[in-house]
Every structure is written in C-alpha cells, then in structure tokens.
Design a protein around this ligand. Structure first.
Ligand code: F6R
Length: 607
C-alpha cells in the first residue's frame, strides 16, 4: 500500500528511483512522483497521476538535471482523490517527503497549523505531515523528526529531504515497513526488498522510532538521542530473478506456475525422518499441547486459507477453531485467553488489521503463531512464534502461490498437533505426511489443466454475475475462487455453501448467471448434484470442478474440470490451481490489467 524508495550515491538517482518504483508498483498505482536533491539546496519534484510509466515519460520529457540523491513514491489513494496535487512527494518550506501509511490525527494537526495561517493545497494527510515537519524544523533534522513524530498518530514510513541538507535522506517509520541496503554505489531505502534486491541481498529493517540517514557514503542508523545503533542484518534467500516475469505474460501466471516449488520449499524442510519438525523455527511442542481452542485471524485470501485450516483441523483433530476477519477481531472483543492459540496468517506480514489483531491477542495473553511469507515483517517479528512460508516474492496483486503455501503451513501445523497430542494413529499420521509431501508433484499435474481452464473460462468471461458453490472443505475454495474472480475480472461473484442457496440467493439465478460448482467432498456429492440441478433448472450454465467420477450424472455439467485424484483432505490444493487459472483467463479475455486490478494494492497497511 504505497511504495516508497530513496537513493543517495554515485549513480544518477532518477534511473534507480524509476526502476524501483516499477518494482514497487504492485503496492499502489494511482499516481507516482519523485523528488531530486540538487546541490544548490534546491529540490526538484516531478509527479503525475497514473502509473509509473507515465511518470517515466514525464521525467524523460523534462530531463531533470543530474541528481545523485532522491526519493520516489507510487500511491494507493487514501486521503483525497487521484490527482496530481494529492500525489507524493509533498513539500512545505525546506521539507519534501514521501509517506506510506495513514496519519490518524491529521485533522487535529491541520487545525493547529491553521491557527498559524498554514493551509494545505492537497487533501492528503501526508501534506499535513510535511507541513508539521516544516513548521517544527529548526535546522536539525533529527530533533525535528523526533518532535514531529511525538505529535503524529497512526502508521507511517517517511523519507524526508531537507533542502538545506542536500544529498541526505532521513527516514523514520512507525508500523509501515522500510528496509535499507547499501553497496559500493551508495545507500538505498524502500518499502520492501523487491526494489532493492538487485543492489544487495543483505538488508535491515529500520527499527521503529529510529532514524536512518542515507548519504552517498552509507547509512547511519540513529536513535532519537543521536547515538548510532548497529542494525540487525538479514539476508534475502531469493534473488532478483524471482521478482521478474521471466518470460511469463503476467506475474500472476508465473506465480501460479511456481506453486510446486513454493510448496516444496515450504513443506519439505519441515519433514525430517518422516516426522513434522519445527526445531529450526524454534516452535516448541508445548505450544501445541497447552491450548483448548484455536482462533485464526487474517484478511482476504489469507483468511480463506484460514477457513481451510478450520475445516481441516476440526475434521481431523476435533479441536474447535474459529476464523475471524482481522478487521472485526480487533474491535470485536474476541473471547480469547491464555488457553487460546491465535494464528495470524499474512503473506506480507504488514497488513494493518492483522497486525492489530496480533497485538490484541498478545494483550489478552494468548500464545500467537504467525504464518507469514515476508521475512522479518512486522507480524513475523511481533508474534511469539512464526512459521514462514517460502513462496518467494509475490508481485501480482491477486494472491496465488502465497495462498497454497499458507494452506500447506496449516496442514503442517495440523500434523504437528496430531503427533504432539497423539490424535492420529502412527499409520494415519504417516499417510497424512506422505500426502503432504506429494503435494508438489500433485500440483505439477494440476498445472496441466491450464489449456482446459483457458478454454472453459469463456463460459464466464462475458457474464456480469456468477456464483461459486461448495460444501465442506470445498466451501473455502469456493470463497477463494469467487474472491479471485471478482478482484481481477470485476465480475460480481458470490460464494455460498451449496445448501444455503435455496434460502434466498437462488432468487438471483437466471440463465445469465453461471455457476461454478466445486465437488470433491465425497459424502456430499449427491447433495451437491441436487443443488446443481436446482440452479440448472433455472437456466444457469454449470462449470463443475471435481475429482469425483461424474459418469452417473452426465447431464449436470456444461463444462467439467477433472482434477488429479488426491486424498480427500488435500483437494484444496488442486482446486486452488483450477480457480486461479479460471480467474486469470477470464481477466485476460476481458482485456483487463491482471496483475494490477483497479482500486487494489498489495500489502494493505491501512485500516
Ligand atoms: C487477494 C489478496 C488479498 C490479501 C489480503 C491479506 O488476492 O491478495 O485478499 O490476501 O489483503 O494480505 P496479507 O496476506 O499480506 O496479510
């Protein structure tokens, strides 16, 4: 949610900023801008509405003077519409800055500033922050940042240029992410490592309430007292290639195809001598012994993975699990205590609602276990324990590989609880682990469905409404399929447990409303067939996604996707490949921007 980048060094800043913004564009793409520090205490700002390419065109046309230090921003609008005035960077007096986050008390600060006749030009909270920094500026950036931050409430990552400190960038954050690297060509800072990986794989996360000062000679990390602090270095285990399309038409397509690898690297290091082993993660077995119930909290696709986890754990282990959207959990006074294991699932590890849910769970004394993809992210750092998924960077806004590895992590946890609590026989556990280990291969096979899914996607590509139906473990996949479709194809889509349709929603079924029916839950196959017939009788075209033998029901499906056979507990993985391809090809048929759908952004760091 908003991408920010800064560079100071011996190379031209413009190229580095524009390249970095292209890589961060998935965080927001309403407007973009850069500000360049010029030696004569002048800061040149260029910004535009639209995507980074439009900024690039404008920058090239204006051909700004060479600068070796600058900041850049790609915006996902929160306060104020998509206009050039609202685009970042924002300047006031000596201060020019970019911001990722939300300043919650910006209207109070604006009122204070109005008393001294200072009024913003834009509608943004960020300009108010720039005005505050400028108002408080006493020639000492560090002191000013400390005083200003004491007045600011909310989430922020700022990169600030002070005109009288040319060729220096000052960065500070609270909640919103900022990572930094340096190499022989200078120092770099960004919202995440996708923009920086080509410069170095060794990085640090700027600690909250510290200031990172970038110059061409390197980065100084300072506390507010002005003392230098040694950063905690991390190493990225992926390389620049992972954040490229590598010949695929879209990141989403590439990421769908990466799932066998992501599953392999997420599952296999945790299976040692046929046993699920979390020693490397330092997650003790006692964590899985001493709880009475589980609460999973997350947002969007990560929450759908949580729904799969609930069905799985309740079915296999008979332990109660509830799944709460993080945005509700944090304000809903949840019934949790020190006997609850709270699991937080997040690809980015920065989702504001999920982070707040984690804070609440800790406050209430629950043990917290995070399932996170981005190493060192806030949720990973702040939870008691973390089980990383190893999907590598996910760039497409629509989550695919992160979803399947989140499910895999939940299956690992389920197997671990089963073994710690002796809830499955040795033989059952062995079969479970075997099935889990075979997932990369199974998904390889499921990927071969691509041409068929491409063909059947034409059933949905012209529609404006659609339903996804499923029962049992199929229902969370109906939710995920429906979410995926609506977010990248803009088709209105609803997911229902199939039996519920006749209690109201069936009123919406016409011959213009196709239905995707997911049928892998053996005991409910006959019920699903009846539900399908009910909608078919009202004119719907039916796409069935199944691993069942449907020969006894030759008349129910207008199109049939036959999934590779797996153990019944593991069908969510093959189904997810099918619904991912389906939404991808529908979006493609409709000529939409698959990787950067309208109104969305990766990593939702605002409430
Ligand atoms: C949908 C999607 C979102 C995210 C949600 C949570 O394709 O990507 O629904 O799943 O915003 O994000 P994370 O997992 O980063 O917390």
């Amino acid at each position: 949610m908003c991408g920010i980048i800064g560079y100071c060094g011996s190379n031209h800043a413009t190229d580095i900023l524009l390249d970095g913004l292209s890589k961060l564009e998935y965080r927001g793409y309403d407007s973009a801008g850069i500000a360049l520090s010029q030696n004569e205490q002048r800061i040149e700002t260029i910004k535009t509405t639209g995507k980074v390419q439009e900024l690039r065109n404008k920058v090239m046309a204006l051909a700004p003077k060479n600068s070796y230090c600058g900041i850049g921003h790609t915006r996902w609008a929160t306060h104020g519409g998509v206009t050039e005035t609202n685009a970042h960077p924002h300047s006031n007096g000596s201060v020019t800055l970019i911001h990722n986050g939300i300043i919650e008390n910006y209207s109070e600060i604006a009122l204070e500033l109005a008393k001294v006749n200072k009024f913003p030009k834009s509608q943004t909270d960020t300009e108010i922050a720039a005005m505050l920094f400028s108002h408080l500026y006493n020639g000492n950036p560090l002191e000013t940042i400390e005083t200003a931050c004491a007045k600011l409430e909310g989430a922020y990552a700022f990169c600030i240029l002070f005109a009288d400190h040319p060729n220096e960038i000052y960065c500070v954050r609270n909640a919103s992410p900022l990572v930094a690297v340096e190499n022989e060509f200078g120092s770099y800072i960004a919202s995440d490592m996708t923009a920086l990986i080509e410069y170095s794989k060794d990085y640090f996360i700027v600690p909250e309430h510290h200031v990172a000062k970038l110059t061409k000679n390197g980065i100084k990390l300072l506390n507010f007292a002005g003392n230098e602090v040694k950063p905690t270095m991390l190493h990225a285990s992926w390389d620049a290639d992972s954040a490229q399309k590598n010949g695929y038409a879209h990141f989403m397509l590439k990421e769908i195809h990466e799932q066998p690898d992501s599953l392999l690297t997420t599952i296999m290091p945790r299976i040692k001598n046929g046993v699920i082993n979390f020693e490397e993660e330092q997650i003790p077995d006692s964590l899985f012994m001493n709880f009475s119930n589980i609460v999973i909290t997350a947002c969007g696709t990560a929450m759908n993975a949580g729904l799969v986890g609930k069905s799985l754990i309740e079915k296999v282990l008979r332990i109660p699990v509830s799944v709460e959207p993080a945005s509700e959990f944090r304000y809903g006074d949840p019934i949790i205590d020190d006997k609850t294991l709270v699991m937080i699932i997040s690809q980015s590890g920065e989702t504001a609602d999920s982070l707040a849910a984690l804070h609440l769970a800790k406050e209430r004394g629950s043990k917290t276990l995070a399932i996170v993809n981005v190493k060192g992210s806030s949720i990973a750092r702040e939870s008691d324990y973390v089980l990383y998924t190893h999907a590598g960077p996910e760039i497409a806004v629509a989550s695919t590989k992160a979803f399947t590895v989140q499910m895999a992590a939940l299956y690992l946890i389920c197997g671990k609880i089963a073994s710690v609590r002796n809830l499955l026989s040795q033989e059952q556990l062995h079969t479970f682990i075997e099935e889990l280990s075979s997932l990369p291969k199974v998904i390889e096979t499921a990927l071969q469905l691509e041409p068929t899914l491409k063909e059947v996607s034409s059933m949905l590509s012209e529609t404006s409404d659609c339903f996804f139906l499923g029962r049992g473990l199929d229902y969370p996949l109906a939710c995920e399929g429906s979410l995926k479709l609506k977010e990248i194809s803009y088709i209105h889509s609803e997911a229902y447990v199939a039996g519920e349709l006749k209690h109201g929603p069936i009123a919406l079924i016409t011959d213009q409303v196709p239905v995707v029916a997911i049928v892998t839950n053996t005991i409910t196959v006959p019920k699903m067939i009846s539900n399908i017939r009910e909608v078919k009788a009202r004119g719907s075209k039916i796409l069935v996604i199944t691993d069942q033998d449907m020969s006894a029901y030759p008349d129910v499906a207008d199109a049939l996707i036959e999934l590779p056979k797996t153990d019944e507990l593991f069908t969510p993985f093959t189904i997810s490949v099918a619904v991912q391809f389906l939404s991808y090809y529908v979006s493609l048929h409709r000529g939409l921007d698959v990787d950067q759908p309208r109104n969305l952004a990766k990593s939702v760091t605002v409430e």
